[in-house]
Write a protein that binds this ligand. Structure first.
Ligand code: NAD
Ligand code: IPM
Ligand code: MN
Length: 359
């Protein structure tokens, strides 16, 4: 019996998304070549590129293809030339629709120390030592999706709303993730000011009753923002709502050296969505210097969470660590004594390292 290929929808998007996504595909092609698994890649424009070509930020055809795929790999969306548009028409809106339509309610953003990169971090090495945590960001609720929303002349409003089931399911994800790590969840909220956070804290405490082997503590989001830079190595799993998770994960990203390193997996629905934490980086787009590692590590998360290829996922992560440890660096992580490489050179170095380890 022949099994059908594993179908990956590839959505490079805008700006550096167009440069980093092919490097992650290159890595997945090595995995396919070195394993008995066949991958099929089908690419669609999305975001500003799609507005330019097709008049909308995501076509129905693209969305339907994503829904029938085994996984979706996305670069980044957003183009400053569309900044004048109302929020509902921005290229980024396609991402919010895609996440909701795929029901990817749990966004995992792992941040850890990379070998040789302590000098690229703004933190002193002794503060960073041993840092290894994952942000579990609720991704399909909260301020991003709450109704009512709108702008009436000089008054604008958004609604932060969460229901018990929305909190329960992402809390279960966080506790389950903690069981695969160091059994510690820190739930982050603003329960001293927001009703939504009150319910969040109550429901997380209730879900915790089924995970007595996992330690749970709570932190206000302002305190967490500070703790991430004063004691990042004290965290294991950070569970938080959509907006707080967006902000804290960029802070987390930079601790490890660069936002160009931080991957993400958005899970919960039938199809996983994998994307770097960073955006389209218009300030460096088109120069071929973006760091492709966040997207390559997102491909590793795709292998782990959607393709059940755990050994291959680990091999990709190890290949990235090996190339970084050898001192190859894109400009965002450049340090004294490093070998300067561009986006495609970094991708090729990792692909060659991976090929050696898998064959
Ligand atoms: P950004 O993440 O695009 O860039 C922030 C900074 O990080 C910039 O200085 C950029 O050069 C740098 N950076 C980002 N990715 C990098 C990489 N791979 N290698 C090296 N340096 C990198 O955030 P922004 O500038 O606030 O947003 C730009 C656009 O991207 C906006 O339109 C925004 O809405 C969009 N955005 C999209 C996503 C996404 O698609 N998931 C995420 C964040 C921002
Ligand atoms: C991210 C981005 C998006 C978000 C934007 C582009 C809507 O910042 O993926 O972190 O806020 O979720
Ligand atoms: Mn963000």
């Amino acid at each position: 019996m022949t099994t059908r290929p594993f179908l990956i929808t590839v959505l490079p998007g805008d700006g550096v998304g167009l440069e980093v996504t092919p490097e992650a595909v290159k890595i997945l092609e090595v995995v396919a070549r070195c394993s008995s698994r066949a991958f099929e890649f089908v690419e669609f424009p999305i975001g500003g590129v799609s507005v330019d070509l097709l008049g909308v930020s995501m076509t129905d055809e693209c969305l339907e293809h994503c829904k029938k795929s085994d996984a979706v790999l996305l670069g980044a969306l957003g183009d400053p030339k569309y900044n004048h548009l109302p929020p509902a028409e921005l290229p980024e809106r396609a991402l919010l629709v895609l996440r909701k339509e795929l029901n990817c309610y749990a966004n995992l953003r792992p941040a850890y120390e990379f070998p040789g990169l302590t000098d690229a971090s703004p933190l002193r090495p002794e503060l960073l030592a041993g840092t290894d945590f994952v942000v579990v960001r609720e991704l399909t609720g909260g301020l991003y999706y709450g109704e009512p929303r709108g702008i009436d002349n000089d008054r604008a409003f958004n609604t932060m709303v969460y229901t018990r089931p929305e909190i329960e399911r992402v809390a279960h994800t966080a506790f389950q993730v903690a069981r695969t790590r160091r059994n510690h969840v820190t739930s982050v909220d603003k329960a001293n000011a927001l009703e939504v956070s009150r319910l969040w804290r109550q429901v997380v405490n209730e879900v915790h009753a089924s995970y007595s082997d996992v330690k749970l503590d709570h932190l206000f989001v302002d305190n967490c923002a500070m703790a991430l830079v004063t004691r990042p190595n004290s965290f294991d799993v950070i569970l938080t709502e959509n907006t707080f998770g967006d902000i804290l994960s960029d802070e987390a990203a930079v601790l490890t050296g660069s936002i160009g390193l931080l991957p993400s997996a958005s899970i919960g629905g039938d199809v996983g969505l994998y994307e770097p934490v960073h955006g389209s980086a218009p300030d460096i787009a088109g120069q071929g210097i973006a760091n492709p590692i966040a997207t390559i590590l997102s491909a590793a998360l795709l292998l782990r969470h959607s393709a059940n290829m755990l050994d291959e996922a680990q091999a990709v992560e190890e290949a990235v660590r090996a190339i970084l440890a050898k001192g190859h660096a894109t400009p965002d992580i450049m340090r004294d004594g490093c070998n300067a490489v561009n986006t495609t050179e970094m991708g090729t170095l990792i692909a060659e390292e991976l090929e050696r380890s898998l064959s």
